[in-house]
Design a protein around this ligand. Structure first.
Ligand SMILES: Nc1ncnc2c1ncn2[C@@H]1O[C@H](COP(=O)(O)OP(=O)(O)OP(=O)(O)O)[C@@H](O)[C@H]1O
Ligand SMILES: [Mg+2]
Length: 256
């Protein structure tokens, strides 16, 4: 069942995050709605990665992580004691700045996440692998090399493979943290096109330090500065008619 489009899939209320004594996110309040691309922009170290790592509980890996406030996923406290963290990692997939395919065949990279949700039947796995590779427009390029290792792929293809692997988990949210960082000028538009195609089915969160990329790919944008969410709203407004002077300075390139 698809998530109702008018209810937030993520609800963040007065979120504060610390890494040890470093207060990295300050009083953040916003909603993320499904079937949209929500981007977060801002200078290096402003807290973009720290924020998105709250959404799939990756921050739990840091022993000095602490937060206050509310983080709800589909109306449920994401940090409740009965939440299954492995399940969250599947439902809220993440694509990192550097593609990290597993040391497995191209087929098994994608099938891995489907197997995690209990799918064992080989015909069903074949279908999922093909569908997910088609969704990232990689199928035609790899259909004859499914049992080869991902090393034969370009970095851009490896990144698309990592997206396909996340899709095989049947996620609700996909987070991209500067996914084009290692990609070249021909690969970046392909990844942006994939993001556009996926938004009819998923909720997408896109972190980038490239202002124009956020303007191209996102419907909603948030500008973070020193751990504060300075402005959050329609991407078009944020770029063409920002309410805040700091936002204006950032989107026009005068700041960081
Ligand atoms: N592993 C870590 N241990 C301690 N502090 C960290 C760690 N990673 C990030 N920080 C701190 O958290 C704050 C937010 O960093 P974060 O990585 O979220 O910024 P960012 O906006 O993603 O930056 P970038 O554009 O460089 O990726 C910074 O003060 C940073 O120094
Ligand atoms: Mg980062």
């Amino acid at each position: 069942m698809q998530h109702p489009i008018n209810a937030p899939i993520l609800y963040i209320d007065d979120l504060n995050v610390w890494y040890g004594k470093n207060h990295v996110l300050k009083n953040l309040t916003f909603d993320v709605f499904p079937r949209q691309v929500t981007s977060f922009i801002g200078p290096s170290k402003c807290g973009k990665t720290a924020l998105v790592r709250c959404f799939n509980r990756l921050n739990d890996l840091k022993s000095d992580f602490r937060y206050t406030g509310k983080i709800q996923f589909n109306g449920v406290d994401l940090y409740a004691s009965n939440v299954n963290v492995t399940e969250i990692a599947r439902k809220i997939g993440m694509v990192f700045h550097k593609p990290i395919p597993f040391r497995k065949s191209i087929y098994d990279n994608v099938a891995y996440t489907a197997r995690l949700r209990g799918i064992k039947q080989s015909l069903q796995l074949d279908t999922i692998v093909e569908d997910c590779l088609r969704a990232v427009q990689l199928w035609d390029e790899v259909r004859n090399d499914l049992h080869a290792y991902p090393e034969i792929l370009t970095i851009g293809q490896q990144q698309q493979l990592c997206i396909a692997r996340a899709l095989a988990g049947n996620p609700e949210i996909l987070i991209f943290d500067e996914p084009c960082e290692q990609l070249d000028a021909t690969e970046t538009p392909k990844l942006e096109a994939t993001v556009q195609r996926l938004k009819s089915q998923y909720s997408l969160i896109f972190v980038t330090n490239k202002r124009r990329q956020a303007a191209r790919v996102s419907d909603i944008a948030g500008f973070l500065y020193n751990g504060e969410l300075i402005e959050f709203g329609q991407t078009e407004h944020l770029f063409t008619n920002p309410k805040n002077k700091l936002t204006e300075d950032y989107v026009t390139g005068r700041l960081g």
